[in-house]
Design a protein around this ligand. Sequence first.
Ligand SMILES: Nc1nc(=O)c2c([nH]1)NC[C@@H]1CN(c3ccc(C(=O)N[C@@H](CCC(=O)O)C(=O)O)cc3)CN21
Ligand SMILES: O=c1ccn([C@H]2C[C@H](O)[C@@H](COP(=O)(O)O)O2)c(=O)[nH]1
Length: 283
Amino acid sequence: MRQYLDLCQRIVDEGVWVDNKRTGKRCLTVIDAELNYNVGNNEFPLITTRKSFWKAAIAELLGYLRGYDNAADFRAIGCNTWNANANENDAWLNNPHRKGDDDMGRVYGVQGRGWAKPDGGVVDQLAKLVNDLKNGIDDRGEILSFYNPGEFHMGCLRPCMHTHNFSLLGDTLYLTSYQRSCDVPLGLNFNQIQVYVLLALVAQITGHKAGMAYHKIVNAHIYEDQLDLMKNVQLKREPFAAPKLNINPDIKTLEDIETWVTLDDFSVEGYEHHDAIAYPFSV
Ligand SMILES: Nc1nc(=O)c2c([nH]1)NC[C@@H]1CN(c3ccc(C(=O)N[C@@H](CCC(=O)O)C(=O)O)cc3)CN21
Ligand SMILES: O=c1ccn([C@H]2C[C@H](O)[C@@H](COP(=O)(O)O)O2)c(=O)[nH]1
């Protein structure tokens, strides 16, 4: 939790104002941040200086792992975060590739599970890496990448957390995740949870111990309309100890994740937190 607050404080102290054309807002911005999560010790990086809606963050991750391309599918599993980008963004609403209400296009999990090959067919990056890791193989390319510049024009938003690189050392699995752009008050609250849960889940279904997850962020920002709440509310609060995350041990395969896993298969123990803060969201 300290590392999150240190990043917020660093943006407040050292951030530079940058105009963002897409949202029409200014962002206080720093470049290069690293957060590390000890998944092996079950130190769940849940924000405690405000109430975190952690279930929605896990639902969003499940949707990515299933290759969802529609905000309605996300809603059905308990996640509302894609409604605005799918339905309220003029550039996307006028895009000829948009297939109708709630369509998100070729983003995130679509690339992760079905990257189109130039000669026909698709690459399922997640199935490949799960299969390798299950067999004790780390070919130094166990990568799940959502970043496909050739199809940016076919999606509502470029992926922010775009690459997850797994590594096996002995019987311990590690994860290094890369993020190009980070809305620290809103997005990072979710992204920390997702990096942690991704390592915990993949370790569980491939039969390895989970080690550390390393989260590398390039552009970390606070939107101008979020700054006052961050400076004068969230950063004035003292954090509580990290809670623990429990995952249903019956989840044993990628197919389990694709078919029957729900948010009831995750529970958090000992989550003490301050009141919720309603940060403004920029579409
Ligand atoms: N500007 C922006 N920031 C983001 O973090 C972001 C995007 N856009 N677009 C794509 C996804 C969607 N994400 C979102 C969207 C909404 C919330 C949000 O409203 N969170 C609230 C309530 C969550 C709930 O009730 O489930 C929060 O208090 O955390 C969080 C992440 C993360 N990403
Ligand atoms: O997982 C996510 C997804 C999105 N974000 C934030 C980062 C930016 O504030 C916006 C995306 O805008 P771009 O203009 O495409 O950079 O969404 C996040 O923090 N985490």
